[in-house]
Design a protein around this ligand. Structure first.
Ligand SMILES: [Zn+2]
Length: 254
């Protein structure tokens, strides 16, 4: 885990920091957030600048950037991958601008579907995209230590974990090994979307996918002590999305 520390910069580092700061200030229709007092400190070399200055964003700007990236992906206009340019910057550390709690499904790839590169997204994945203590700790680390301003819980169409939860809840199906743990964890979403005679099962299924995202977003927003405090002080935004397999579009639902 990265340790946050302040160092006294050498002349070369100071010069590099000034260049980065100018790049930051010149950049970005996306809304950089750097308090004026920190600008002055950064100019004098007292504050260590983040490895990717353009990733220092407000929660709203981070969400806008994420969704614009998804638009590029949907329209097949993704930025060509570049594995070289920022490699050295990322040796110094990381400052991703968004955190994604995604399903592990191989068809959902956060870096691809938001057209982002290494160092941009802090990604936690588990089949069924639900929170456990370990995942809350991971998200807390992203928000409190890395200062990530945005968390998105990302579900998707045709999620096998959701189907397992439906089978376990509605049909009392048992799964081998530890798989039952996933089915059980997703039960609240299944129970929250009741069966009805005129409820088409595929519609109910997708409503459960969405409900599972919404429930986990709500749980994260009120999660003490770190996430709830950051949400209340508007330093962190937590949203929910669903990935559509056919189009690649991420639909914001919460
Ligand atoms: Zn899934």
């Amino acid at each position: 885990m990265q340790k946050i520390e302040e160092t006294t910069a050498s002349d070369t580092e100071k010069s590099q920091q000034r260049r980065l700061l100018l790049k930051m200030l010149a950049a970005s229709p996306l809304g950089l957030v750097l308090p004026a007092s920190n600008e002055a400190k950064a100019m004098s070399g007292l504050v260590k600048l983040p490895p990717i200055p353009e990733n220092v964003l407000s929660p709203e700007a981070a969400l806008e950037r994420l969704m614009k990236g998804n638009e590029r992906y949907v329209s097949n206009q993704s930025t060509p991958l570049n594995f070289k340019d920022e490699r050295l910057d990322l040796v110094k550390g990381q400052n991703p601008f968004a955190c994604i709690l995604s399903c592990s499904d191989s068809r959902v790839s956060p870096e691809f579907c938001f057209d982002e590169q290494r160092g941009d997204l802090f990604v936690a994945r588990v089949a069924g995209n639900y929170i456990t203590t370990d995942f809350i700790a991971t998200l807390e680390y992203a928000a409190a230590v890395l200062h990530v301003p945005l968390i998105m819980v990302l579900g998707h169409e045709s999620c096998g974990a959701i189907q397992a939860a439906i089978d376990a809840t509605d049909n009392y199906e048992q799964f081998p090994g530890h798989i039952q743990t996933i089915a059980t964890a997703l039960t609240p979403a299944v129970r929250a979307v009741r069966k009805a005679p005129d409820y088409v099962s595929s519609d109910r299924y997708f409503d459960i996918v969405k409900k599972n995202v919404v429930l986990n977003v709500e749980e994260l927003r009120k999660q003490p002590p770190i996430l709830s405090r950051l949400v209340d002080s508007k330093k962190l935004k937590i949203v929910g999305g669903v990935y559509h397999l056919k189009t690649g579009q991420v639909e914001l639902i919460s």
